[in-house]
Design a protein around this ligand. Structure first.
Ligand code: COA
Length: 250
């Protein structure tokens, strides 16, 4: 457990479980312990009959700056990668209950790719979506190499995942990565209102509709595995280590 992730059940939407990034002093960068807490929370909520919807939120001005680069550097220096990231991605891709997310501000790396697994995402007009994987000598993760081209077409996905272009909220909406853009102060209320609406639907009908729309998760799970193998190999590369060290020394 870590208090860098808060698990909440909002007053206004009791059947919604919020997973909130809560490490604002590090721009909500995600550590191994945070992934583990999120995996446990997702699994617990999937098994809990009184939870009908998962919601991801961050803090004011920041959803998440992505994976903790100190953890990446530790691995690049010969440390143990652990299973935490992989287990989280598998749990996320295997959810049977709807997932919503609300973004205000920075959404970097997995802070962007997580929304490819969400059913509805709200973002504030000051949000920035960016995945500097290749700039860090890494490769796309979270099955984004499969899901992003599906959602937004090859060229936009390439601009996001390979060129490392930042997408504004308006561009992310146009690309189909998110559903709606709101002012910053409305993100949480809108996200929770959507979640509450979903929670009030007949759950079995909603589950079937979602399953039909998403299709079987096999190809997504295979891609998560394949990307993880490349990712682990690249993390050990000299070019990746140089990129992490450069960030740490800024
Ligand atoms: N991992 C670890 N620490 C991170 C981090 C990350 N991904 N992102 C931010 N931080 C830390 C910074 O090191 C800094 O810590 P410090 O105050 O102890 O020095 C703190 O969070 C604030 O970040 P800072 O860079 O000062 O804020 P900023 O507003 O100038 O820039 C970002 C924000 C997100 C643009 C910048 O921090 C960044 O590029 N982070 C890395 C993003 C990234 O590459 N993620 C991995 C994707 S695979």
């Amino acid at each position: 457990m870590t208090d860098h992730i808060l698990i909440e059940r909002p007053e206004t939407a009791q059947q919604v479980q919020i997973i909130r990034f809560n490490r604002p002093e590090k721009k909500n960068a995600i550590t191994r312990a945070m992934y583990q807490t999120m995996t446990e929370a997702l699994k617990a909520a999937e098994a809990a009959p009184d939870v009908r919807v998962h919601a991801f939120l961050g803090t004011e001005g920041c959803f998440s700056a992505g994976n903790d680069l100190a953890d990446f550097l530790a691995f690049a220096m010969g440390g143990n990668m652990g299973r935490e990231v992989f287990d989280f991605l598998v749990a996320l891709a295997s959810t049977k209950k709807p997932v919503v997310s609300g973004v205000d501000g920075l959404a970097i790396g997995i802070g962007t790719t997580i929304h490819l697994h969400c059913d509805l995402t709200i973002a504030s007009d000051r949000s920035l979506f960016k995945t500097p994987f290749v700039d860090l000598a890494l490769v796309p993760e979270a099955a984004s190499s499969l899901l992003a081209p599906r959602v937004m077409g090859h060229q936009r996905a390439f601009a996001l995942l390979a060129l490392g272009e930042g997408f504004s909220a308006a561009e992310a909406k146009e690309a189909g990565l998110i559903w709606k853009v709101t002012p910053p102060e409305a993100v949480e209320a809108e996200t929770l209102s959507l979640a509450a609406k979903l929670a009030a639907k007949p759950p079995e009908a909603l589950r079937i509709a979602r399953d039909l729309m998403r299709g079987p998760p096999d190809a997504v799970l295979d891609r998560i595995q394949k990307e993880a193998e490349h990712f682990a190999a690249q993390l050990k590369s000299a070019e990746a280590r140089a990129a992490f060290e450069a960030f740490m020394k800024r």
